[in-house]
Design a protein around this ligand. Sequence first.
Ligand SMILES: [Zn+2]
Length: 233
Amino acid sequence: MKQNKTVAFIYAHPDDETFGCSYLIRSISEAGGRPVLLTATRGDAGKTGHLGAMTREELAAKRDLELEKAIEILGIAAAEQLGMGDGKLKEVEPALLQERIAEFLTRHRADVVVTFPEDGLSGHRDHIVIHHAVNKVVYGGRAPSVQKLYYNQVGSYASDKSSVLRVEAGERWEAKRRALEAHQSQVFSVERVFGKLGAMVPPGHQFESFELAWERGVHYPRKEENSVFDGLI
Ligand SMILES: [Zn+2]
């Protein structure tokens, strides 16, 4: 079935989308849905991989280009960055961050939102700030088009307290691998998580998992889902 729904990914840094949810993003664009991405920072406090020393502005510009490539590979329909302080989201006025997220979700009429779980996936402080900001916006009804919220979990995450949607790599590993390679400055993080990239799906990365946290006012509804579009009205 052809979908016309919008799924918004709210993350902290360029590369979070590729690490956590390439298979899901590809599955949405394959189904005709509209994946959109909001990134709070330009990742300019990060490492530069094998690219050598760079000023923050140079790294920001490089990472903008890397993200553009990944966006094209994954089939993201629209992407925006807030340009907030990398590594310093905790210092941003929470009301401001929430307002910008609410504005993005409302303007794109997002049906579904995907963001970090409470532990930030990797424990990064910026990720945890985004998690709480998105919760405030969605649970507070400040983005009324949103019907479901998912937390991006690792690999074949399972829970007996919630419903988890799994998206399989299959042919989509190729796109994820290319998008990971596009984030050239982040090669050390990529290799730490995925090992040396090749044609085979790395062990532990056969799936991406998405925990259904909320659906139209109900927290952690228990249901079987085959797709992120299930149950949307
Ligand atoms: Zn990140």
